[in-house]
Design a binder for this molecule. Structure first.
Ligand code: 26V
Length: 836
């Protein structure tokens, strides 16, 4: 509890503080309180501690004026806060007792909290893990994002198996974890006119719509530190609650409408990932957030009274994917039009401030915005982008006769290579022209990185190859993703955490901050008693999951079976389809066996969870197939003891915390070269679940750590993918011939074994025709790998050893390691210890 300042934290004081909040903040009577009220009061009491640490941390930052890092992310998938705050503050036991004295159970009140689900998937959860690690590593970092009124939609599954979406009103009850900062407000302009003022690139931007950005601060406690960092989320509000002119002119409805449109900006998180769509409101979200965040960062810098040219020595801004790329032209605009710097000085500042992380190489996910749309919404920024391309930054061509500039242009470096100019331009020709945000992010940044070794190689050799040749390889690095072991082991798997501490003879505060200490578990693979305890904890976690399924779905799960889990966004490249077709194959195989032979097969329970983008037809059809296969096979008396299947609706961070510790094997089976990293793979392995996967993303580095004998790899490798796709296009082989087992499975689905066969035709045809994600190439080796899993699982002693070895070798994947790499190799920031 060294982490705490100010407040008394004995059980008696805690009880008093909770009761005090019941009576004052909630204005309720302690004797007729429900679980929700108890949660709210406990949260407010914990919050008091966070606020004191937050104040002290921010005071130190102001006093010491270190270089700071800013993490700009449109998504922060935080999940619940109370349990995490208690563990990070080291007050879990005290609150558990205090809550008990008041007649409540801590487990019950923790369940009352709604997830903060301001993200789609891995990209947003990564941002949340990095916040936790920054505070735990005492690094001066703030996150900047949007305070969406509605987070990722709630997923409902209809009786037919269709995904339905409902809004996520996560702010329905007041949110104790945010502090509204009604005094931290900025104006953000949209539309209007931009007029060039002189030959130096200056302009004046006037007119249009002005919207207010209001700050809400979320406290981010470090683990075992007093450091409490900040996540600042912006809310949009109309500049004037009412447009008085319209009101006076008798246009009441018009006046109300203008206030609606300002508020619309932060009303909802876009539930897509990996597909661009060019919606104006999404562009407005991106600009609203980057403009407010930059204004805030600049205001803080200006308080230091340093020359503006020193800005990059005090601020490093990380762009989480291309979503905040407008920050680049926005900082140019401020420096040129408002600070009146010359173009070269401004561009020098910009390119020393920003850092860009790419999170996908899938072409459909690379952001492009139509030029006419940017011209309309952000006319000044469009001018600046054009100036970067050719006129002033000497990027593509050399149209200014400023030979003294040290910067070279693409044209000068590669004369007569017009195709290269077209490939590299920020503007893609076409109807309409489009701005390529990844190119802008790349040339506007100091460094660029991918999120796992293979992915970073693909960034360097495919999507940004020309830029590597132009700017040099040293600008293009890698930071392999990581996860916070606090949430993803200590919090979600407390029994395993306790066993590890006992075995290593280390306080958890030590190994949770130096995860490589887990290697100390290796000798214990030979300790029978330890192995038995390890296995027993996994079993209890399986029972906890079964209990959850029974509570939520009313279904009884067989816990004496291998638990096989695939949980992630539904997407063709992630190949949930391969998994479900594999399940059907197993089912058909079981059906063909004698009962005696079936008894020898490893019993298996397969879990799926994940959301599909609301407009992603094929992904939704995959859910429907999974649900209907489950309906049939779970009811089949011949096989149901040996194989069952569950689709758990409404996947969330909180559900992941129950699923991950319960898995024996998890599936990460993307087509090679498509999954940039994956981070749930790390979470499963940290919890002693083994990995079945393709040679892709971070799977590769996990295998390097734990040894290939402890993972189940299958499928073609990345270099083969292009050739295989070529074969599909130009030398197709009938599926019956190429992969009869798969053809048979598809035919059974078509024939209606799981209900209306014709419903699934569009999904099945993605495999039969084109097969872009290469299911037919990988199916046989996939089935073989599943067989190897069965065989390995049958040797339960050896399996436990594999499980222990896997956990023991996961040290590399702590997000503490990752955040320190960013701090040292990218941002050049140092720790700021906060002590009294
Ligand atoms: C792209 C787009 C395109 C426009 C529509 C909205 C939207 C939203 C998100 C994205 C970014 C997709 C990139 C992404 O989520 N990548 C995932 O990042 C994880 C963290 O690095 C990584 O583990 C996953 O492998 C990668 O798919």
């Amino acid at each position: 509890r060294s982490a705490l300042r100010g407040l008394d934290t004995d059980v008696g004081s805690i009880t008093k503080s909770v009761v005090h909040h019941v009576q004052t903040s909630l204005a309720r009577q302690p004797h007729n309180l429900d679980d929700l009220g108890a949660y709210q009061a406990a949260a407010l009491s914990v919050r008091d501690n966070l606020i004191l640490n937050w104040n002290e941390t921010q005071l130190q930052y102001t006093r010491k004026a270190p270089k700071r890092a800013y993490y700009l992310s449109l998504e922060f998938l935080m999940g619940r806060t109370l349990d995490n705050a208690l563990l990070n503050l080291g007050l879990k036991d005290e609150y558990k007792d205090g809550i008990k004295r008041l007649g409540f159970s801590i487990e019950d009140i923790l369940e009352q909290e709604r997830d903060a689900a301001l993200g789609n998937g891995g990209l947003g959860r990564l941002a949340a893990c990095y916040l936790d690690s920054s505070a735990s590593q005492e690094l001066p970092l703030w996150g900047y994002g949007l305070r969406y009124k509605y987070g990722i939609f709630q997923q409902l599954i209809s009786p037919e198996g269709n995904q339905l979406e409902a809004p996520d009103p996560w702010l329905e009850h007041q949110n104790p974890w945010e502090l509204p900062r009604l005094d931290v407000v900025y104006d953000v302009r949209f539309y209007g006119q931009a007029e060039r003022l002189d030959g130096k690139g200056r302009a004046q931007w006037t007119g249009g719509q002005e919207v207010l950005a209001i700050a809400y601060d979320v406290m981010i406690p470090g683990y075992g530190t007093q450091t409490t960092n900040n996540l600042r989320l912006w809310e949009s509000r109309p500049k004037r609650g009412f447009d008085l002119n319209s009101f006076n002119a008798g246009n009441y409805e018009g006046a109300v409408e203008s206030s609606n449109s300002a508020e619309a900006i932060t009303s909802v998180l876009y539930p897509n990932d990996h597909t661009t769509f060019g919606k104006e409101l999404r562009l407005k979200q991106q600009y609203f957030w980057t403009a407010a965040s930059l204004a805030d960062i600049l205001r803080r810098f200006k308080n230091l009274d340093k020359p503006i040219t020193e800005f990059p020595e005090y601020a490093a801004i990380q762009l989480n994917d291309t979503h905040p790329t407008l920050a680049i032209p926005e900082l140019m605009r401020v420096l040129i039009d408002e600070e009146e710097l010359d173009w070269n000085t401004a561009w020098g500042i910009v390119t020393n401030t920003f850092f860009y992380t790419n999170h996908t190489v899938l072409p459909e996910a690379l952001e492009k915005w139509p030029v006419p749309l940017i011209e309309h919404v952000l006319p000044r920024h469009m001018q600046i982008i054009y100036d970067i391309v050719s006129l002033r930054s000497f990027f593509l061509t050399r149209t200014l006769s400023d030979a003294s500039s040290s910067r070279t242009s693409v044209e000068r470096k590669f004369p007569h290579d017009r195709e290269r100019l077209a490939r590299m331009s920020l503007i893609e020709e076409g109807q309409p022209k489009q701005v390529r945000m990844a190119h802008l992010a790349c040339i506007g940044s100091r460094k660029v990185n991918g999120v796992a070794e293979l992915h970073s190689d693909l960034v360097r050799t495919t999507i940004l190859k020309d830029f590597v040749e132009f700017e040099g390889i040293s600008k293009f690095g890698n930071v392999t993703n990581g996860i916070t072991p606090r949430r993803w082991l200590d919090q979600c798997n407390p029994e395993l955490s306790a066993l590890i501490s006992k075995t290593l003879k280390l306080d958890k505060t030590v190994w949770l901050k130096d995860l490589t200490k887990l290697e100390g578990l290796l000798p214990f693979t030979e300790d029978k008693a330890f192995c038995k305890e390890w296995a027993a904890i996994k079993q209890r976690n399986k029972e906890r999951l079964a209990h959850h399924v029974e509570l939520t779905l009313g279904l009884k799960v067989n816990t004496n079976a291998l638990f096989d889990v695939q949980i992630k966004r539904l997407h063709e490249y992630k190949r949930q389809t391969l998994n479900i077709l594999g399940v059907i194959h197993r089912y058909l195989t079981l059906k063909n066996m004698t009962p005696a032979k079936r008894k020898k097969v490893v019993n298996r329970v397969v879990f799926f969870a994940g959301k599909a983008a609301p407009a992603y037809y094929i992904a939704k059809l995959t859910i429907r197939l999974i649900v209907n296969v489950a309906r049939i096979i779970n009811a089949d008396p011949d096989t149901k003891d040996h194989l069952t299947l569950y689709f758990l609706p409404d996947y969330s961070v909180s559900l992941a915390e129950v699923l991950i510790p319960a898995s024996n094997i998890s599936q990460h089976i993307s087509t090679a070269g498509t999954e940039a990293s994956g981070t749930s793979n790390m979470k499963f392995c940290l919890n002693g679940g083994l990995l079945l996967g393709t040679v892709d993303g971070a799977n590769i580095e996990i295998a390097e750590e734990v040894g290939e004998s402890n993972v189940f790899f299958f499928g073609h490798l990345t270099p083969a993918v292009e050739d295989l796709r070529f074969q599909h296009l130009y030398h197709p082989v009938p599926l019956e011939q190429k992969c009869p087992a798969l053809a048979h499975v598809l035919n059974q689905v078509s024939a209606g074994l799981f209900g209306d066969g014709h419903v699934y035709e569009p999904l099945l045809n993605t495999v039969r025709q084109g097969d872009y994600y290469l299911l037919s190439d990988d199916f046989d080796s996939y089935i073989a790998a599943l067989g190897m899993v069965d065989e390995a699982y049958s040797d339960s002693e050896e399996w436990v050893k594999k499980s222990i070895r896997t956990t023991a070798k996961m040290g590399k994947f702590s997000s503490d390691r990752a955040i320190n790499e960013y701090a040292e190799s990218y941002w050049n920031i140092e720790k700021v210890p906060v002590t009294k």
